[in-house]
Design a protein around this ligand. Structure first.
Ligand SMILES: [Fe+2]
Length: 231
């Protein structure tokens, strides 16, 4: 038998070896950031953590991990983070189902949770809606199995949860729909990022696929300007 996994969705996991060294400093900032924006039970910091010295070690780790992903996918290109932000949930908080627009890849770093099951990311298979045969068991949930995240799912499964572990970074295509379950515990803190290419992504005589560098551009949240959701 030959099996071909066609057009697979690559989701990567990395472990930050320096997590314990920096965890408390990063947590302090995200929890005390008075620029928090609240939305549906979640609190967001400004989206510019990648411009702060404090988060340099984390952003470097994310960048090296992102480069490994691109190498593995044979996608040779320059890239940058368009946003890096912290989110904090309290008891009964959750993150609704969403995708990350205007991004190529997205990432989530599990910084800290007061509960043993910190609530890993749940990815949804939107193509499962087209499966007319409804299977008795179409999702995989690590909280039901208590084992490690399996390395493979199939298109008949409707969802898949990544197992929570502090210091873990998950990188996935930004268009992949995901959410977090309702959190039960005192607090849960993660750091998210969005990534885009810089420069040419393909050979095109009309120069239509060249993404301009933006890293020096002013963003909401830079300097003294307060970042306000919706602006
Ligand atoms: Fe997300």
């Amino acid at each position: 038998m030959n099996r071909l996994d066609m057009f697979r969705l690559p989701v990567y996991e990395f472990t930050n070896p320096d997590h314990a060294q920096f965890k408390e400093q990063w947590l302090d900032y995200i929890r005390k950031d008075d620029w928090f924006v609240s939305d549906r039970g979640m609190h967001f910091t400004n989206p510019n953590l990648h411009k702060m010295d404090l988060f340099n070690p984390l952003v470097n780790f994310m960048g090296c991990s992102m480069a490994e992903v691109l190498t593995d996918l044979n996608m040779i290109m320059d890239f940058g983070f368009t946003g890096v932000w912290g989110t904090h949930q309290r008891d009964q908080g959750h993150h609704h189902s969403h995708t990350h627009g205007n991004s190529m890849f997205a990432g989530v770093y599990y910084l800290q949770a007061d509960s043993e099951d910190g609530g890993g990311t749940v990815f949804e298979n939107v193509l499962a809606d087209f499966n007319s045969i409804k299977m008795m068991k179409t999702g995989y949930a690590s909280w039901e199995h208590g084992d490690e995240t399996p390395l493979q799912t199939n298109s008949f499964q409707s969802r898949h949860q990544i197992k929570w572990k502090e210091g873990k970074l998950v990188i996935f295509p930004a268009s992949l729909r995901h959410y977090t379950k309702t959190f039960q515990g005192a607090g849960r803190t993660v750091v998210g990022f969005n990534m885009m290419p810089i420069g040419a992504t393909k050979d095109d005589v009309f120069d239509r696929y060249v993404y301009q560098p933006w890293m020096e551009q002013q963003m909401h949240g830079d300097g003294a300007e307060k970042w306000v959701k919706g602006q």
